[in-house]
Design a binder for this molecule. Structure first.
Ligand code: NAG
Ligand code: NAG
Ligand code: NAG
Length: 301
């Protein structure tokens, strides 16, 4: 009977000591170079004795900050977080294990796990860091196309903001002609100027990756010009340009022209030959007939 009570009591104690580790509801976003606070806390008051808290990168398990035996242990920290990752020392006994990371770098972007160990229990939460940015890139080279071909004008967006909250406007810079708009997470083909209507589209499957490249179908001579991909997100905006060069007729057209020319030249040659042969009267009449027949058909090839 004594044993059962004892076991029951210890179970009660374990439950009483159980805790939940809380983190932020969404990603923590800050500009490069700034300081960010990664929230991590428990509601219950924990015994300081035997308390251990560790912050690690979720992907590499690199140790960002360790609190053990009542103090921070900077010697255990991964080099790149040295002097940059700190606890709020006065907050620890309130169960607040939030981490301040200074001088935010691009490579800090990612997920971090805060693990709390007490004598009886442990728990963890994950915090994601994103750095604030809106970078738009096009292609360095101009795009060349022949009449009637399809072309792709590049526009890639790198941002902490997801595509559904991004607005993209493709315009022709000479005359500010609207080419195609992406707004409220969908392309708006009706926004296109008449000259581009039904000839422009985004690569829908590429948009979640921030690829807002534009497909322009059956290029015409008057499409030649500079195009701009204008991107808006919150109060940020950025742009990139793409130049479309027109090369006129295609090699296929040239090939057709060449064959027409060759056919014409051949016909003239054949005619000359025929006249020559007749004047010399050295060929049989059947051969002459063959030549005459081929002369009739040859230009038609
Ligand atoms: C934890 O401490 C930090 C720094 O003082 C503070 O900003 C944050 O609000 C605290 N979190 C909680 C849950 O008390
Ligand atoms: C965007 O998508 C198009 C079409 O799939 C592709 O050709 C282009 O390379 C992509 N651009 C980038 C930067 O991934
Ligand atoms: C495009 O971006 C440049 C800076 O990269 C800026 O100076 C220019 O005003 C922008 N153009 C438009 C139309 O927003």
């Amino acid at each position: 009977m004594m044993d059962i009570t004892c076991i029951f009591m210890s179970i009660l104690m374990i439950v009483a000591d159980g805790f939940i580790v809380h983190g932020p509801s969404g990603p923590v976003i800050a500009p490069l170079g700034s300081s960010v606070v990664l929230p991590c806390y428990v509601d219950e008051l924990l015994l300081m004795e035997g308390l251990e808290v560790e912050w690690r990168r979720t992907d590499s398990e690199a140790l960002v900050h360790l609190y053990q035996d009542g103090e921070s242990r900077p010697e255990a920290q991964q080099q790149e977080y040295h002097d940059r990752a700190n606890f709020f020392t006065d907050q620890i006994h309130h169960g607040n294990f939030s981490l301040r990371l200074d001088n935010l770098r691009a490579e800090d972007e990612g997920r971090y796990t805060c693990r709390v160990y007490s004598q009886q229990d442990s728990g963890e939460t994950v915090v994601q860091i994103k750095h604030e940015r809106l970078l738009v890139s096009g292609s360095d080279q101009s795009v060349s196309a022949y009449d009637g071909e399809d072309v792709t004008l590049s526009c890639s967006v790198d941002s902490h903001i997801t595509p559904e909250h991004i607005e993209v406007s493709w315009i022709r810079t000479d005359g500010d002609i609207p080419v195609l708009l992406f707004q409220n997470n969908e392309p708006l083909p009706d926004s296109s100027d008449e000259q581009y209507r039904d000839r422009v589209e985004f690569f829908t499957a590429e948009i979640p990756k921030g690829n807002f490249s534009l497909r322009l179908k059956s290029v015409r001579t008057e499409d030649k010009g500079v195009y701009m991909c204008l991107v808006f997100a919150g109060d940020l905006s950025a742009n990139a340009t793409a130049e479309l060069e027109q090369l006129g007729v295609s090699s296929w057209h040239i090939a057709v022209l060449f064959f027409c020319f060759a056919a014409g030249f051949g016909a003239v040659l054949l005619l000359c030959c025929l006249i020559y042969c007749r004047s010399k009267n050295t060929v049989t009449s059947s051969m002459i007939r063959n030549l005459q027949v081929s002369l009739v058909f040859y230009p038609n090839i």
